[in-house]
Write a protein that binds this ligand. Structure first.
Ligand SMILES: [Zn+2]
Length: 340
């Protein structure tokens, strides 16, 4: 019997196979294609041969086994013959025919008939050392390629283009406005395939990523995961959250303190006016065209007066950078740019 072991399961497989000694022989490693949902994926497969010649010499075919634990029946078909249709309660041992309580039967095809043999009877029935081969098969089969191993391989080891995750995250977070814990990342994973080759502002994204404050392990993981164009399946959740965080983050401007700025297309988000007895003090909050936040506090300034009178449309300003905060750039000596 040939056992196809995906390379990712190979270490576990080999440590288990050791117990069965010379019964298990390594053949080769090749790349093989497996279907996954609507796609085909390539897996590195290590082939092993389980020496079951002792069974085939008896002119029987081993079909797998049927088990019943606490009344729950499971079947494990190793050939195209579907054992799930067999009712466990109808089985008896075709060797001893004793109706004793068993929880497992090995199933064989013998001369066109399906027979069931209890584990304590197989060696006697076939007059040979059969049971340890069947045990090897049961233990080692769990590492072979199956729908589940392909699925877990995809989750752990396959890589998804970052652009797909950006598109799916945008969709799942209502354009990066809202992250719902436990829900958004699942939505992202479910919708990944709808966003093949999603295009986004990659330069702007890397700039914001570079501005991500790496002050803890979580942010460090986000940074590392998002620094590559492909994301491992098991990291899709953290990537999606990082993408949400980055796109919802105001861009931190590249200014230096003391720098004189001319900003175009700023608009007022809010302002207030106070009077401490030295004339009115104006505090103004603005955003520029790429959503940087700018504030200015000044006493008796023309700019403050102008703003509180409220220009409704975007306008240009001049000012000097006084302080670079986390969320806003503080400007001083601000004036409205005269129209050219
Ligand atoms: Zn028996």
């Amino acid at each position: 019997m040939i056992l196809n072991i995906p390379e990712v399961n190979e270490t576990k497989f080999r440590s288990k196979a050791k117990h069965f000694g010379t019964l298990v022989k390594y053949l080769d490693t090749t790349i093989q294609e497996y279907p996954y949902r609507n796609k085909k994926i390539l897996l590195r497969i290590c082939r092993y041969e389980l020496d079951d010649s002792t069974i085939s010499e008896k002119n029987v075919e081993y079909l797998g086994y049927v088990e019943s634990l606490e009344g729950v029946q499971t079947s494990h078909s190793y050939t195209a013959f579907d054992l799930s249709k067999i009712k466990f309660s109808t089985l008896t041992c075709d060797h001893c025919h004793v109706a004793r309580k068993r929880n497992k039967y090995f199933m064989f095809m013998e001369k066109g008939n399906v027979i069931s043999i209890g584990s304590s009877c197989v060696d006697k029935y076939f007059e040979g050392q059969i049971l340890h081969i069947l045990k090897a098969c049961t233990v080692l089969k769990q590492y072979t390629v199956s729908e589940e191993t392909v699925e877990s391989f995809i989750k752990k080891y396959s890589y998804v283009p970052l652009s797909n995750i950006v598109g799916a995250t945008r969709e799942a977070t209502n354009n990066f406005l809202q992250w719902e814990k436990g829900i958004s990342s699942k939505k992202v994973i479910d919708n990944l395939e709808d966003f093949d080759d999603f295009s986004y502002d990659k330069k702007g994204f890397s700039k914001k990523l570079d501005n991500l404050e790496i002050n803890n392990e979580f942010n460090n993981n986000i940074f590392n995961v998002l620094s590559s164009d492909f994301v491992a399946g098991k990291n899709i959740g953290i990537a999606a959250y990082g993408i949400y965080k980055i796109f919802s983050m105001a861009e931190k401007p590249n200014y230096t303190i003391g720098e004189k700025l001319e900003l175009e297309n700023v608009s007022i988000t809010s302002f207030y006016e106070e009077d401490f007895g030295y004339g009115p003090t104006y505090k103004v909050f603005l955003t520029d065209s790429v959503n940087n936040f700018i504030t200015n506090t000044s006493t008796g300034s023309k700019f403050g007066q102008l703003v509180t009178q409220g220009p409704k449309e975007a306008f240009s300003i001049k000012g000097t950078v006084k302080y670079l905060g986390d969320n806003a750039t503080v400007l001083t000596r601000v004036s409205k740019n005269k129209k050219k």
